[in-house]
Design a protein around this ligand. Structure first.
Ligand code: C2E
Ligand code: MG
Ligand code: MG
Length: 309
């Protein structure tokens, strides 16, 4: 094995006057060194302290967010380019903290993952979103699916398959209507365990898709082995497409790749009409993005779907 060191430095009397503060600040600097890719030295500075204090505050607020009912789900519709129908919606979590204000999922999901809280939060998201789907189905929209984002820890630690099984029963839902989105980086993480858990989920008949596709470095042979039904092309690729054929190569290639593996290919972050035209030409299956609709409350999303029909 290769040993490396991450070193944090704090200096008396510039940074602190007491041994305990000096140690604390050196510790903060050490974590910064780890964040910078390890095997490096970081000197403490004020900004680090502010950042780490903000982080600690967020973590504290996150702990009580569920019991205080501070979470809310938004739903963003996804449309088939073949039928122009809304095929499903993605549940996107929102946190309005009493102390910290509105915090984006890009900020709090990684924190919840780190603290392990994502297990409980994830269970809440699943239950809430399936309850909404059950309601929509009861109104006759039973062709609709629901996508839920899942993190590595959920796949690794929680009894996700068991929970999904219970939800299918509780809300009387066809399993294929439930789509779990995992990210490419999760597939690439060191642990083999989460991946083997994918088959447990697949056994229930749920739909699995790979989110933010193209941003990681998936080995293509891996992709072939996984029970993945859909690829969601990351929005950073979608916003690049245009009249210049060179910019379209990547997206076209991903679509061809997905199709050759029998997968549904979804474009995320579709913001302009021109992109829809191009994606149609490329044979992309489904689109999601601000052009169609922004993420919105369940009632607004239902109204949108009714209007769209
Ligand atoms: P994601 O799963 O890739 O979700 C798509 C993100 O793109 C959402 O950001 C959505 O609001 C945004 N988006 C949709 N259409 C457009 C568009 O046309 N243009 C642009 N610029 N953006 C668009 P959001 O809601 O901030 O979520 C960010 C990420 O946080 C999600 O990325 C997902 O990875 C994560 N996340 C959200 N909710 C949950 C959750 O319940 N559980 C977990 N584990 N992760 C979640
Ligand atoms: Mg997603
Ligand atoms: Mg995405």
């Amino acid at each position: 094995a290769n040993l490396t060191g991450s070193i944090g430095v704090s200096i008396f009397p510039d940074h602190a006057q007491t041994p305990s503060d000096l140690l604390k600040f050196a510790d903060i600097a050490m974590y910064q060194a780890k964040n910078e890719g390890r095997n490096t030295v970081q000197y403490f500075n004020e900004e680090m302290d502010a950042k780490s204090r903000y982080r600690a505050q967020l973590l504290g607020a996150l702990k009580v967010a569920l019991v205080r009912n501070e979470f809310e789900l938004n739903f963003q519709p996804r449309m088939s380019l073949e039928t122009n129908q809304i095929v499903s919606c993605e549940a996107l979590l929102r946190w309005n903290s009493k102390e910290m204000g509105r915090i984006g999922p890009d900020v709090f999901i990684p924190l919840a993952e780190e603290s392990g809280q994502i297990i409980e939060i994830g269970e809440w998201v699943l239950n809430e979103s399936m309850s909404v789907l059950n309601y929509w189905h009861s109104l006759g929209f039973n062709h609709l699916g629901m996508s839920v984002n899942i993190t590595a820890l959920q796949l690794l630690r929680s009894k996700l398959a068991t929970q999904i099984g219970l939800l299918i029963e509780k809300f009387n839902l066809p399993a294929y209507c439930i789509e779990l989105e995992i990210t490419e980086s999760m597939v690439l993480s060191q642990h083999a365990q989460p991946l083997s858990n994918l088959w447990g989920l697949k056994d229930f008949g749920v739909t699995l898709s790979l989110d933010d596709f193209g941003t990681g470095y998936s080995s293509l042979s891996y992709l072939k082995q996984l029970p993945i039904d859909g690829l969601k092309i990351d929005k950073s690729f979608i916003c690049e497409i245009g009249p210049n054929a060179n910019d379209n190569t990547l997206v076209k290639t991903i679509i061809a790749l997905g199709h050759s593996l029998g997968m549904t290919v979804i474009a995320e972050g579709v913001e302009i009409e021109e992109h829809v035209q191009l994606l149609r030409e490329f044979g992309c299956d489904e689109i999601q993005g601000y052009l169609l609709a922004k993420p919105m409350l369940a009632s607004d999303c239902l109204a949108f779907i009714q209007e769209h029909e």
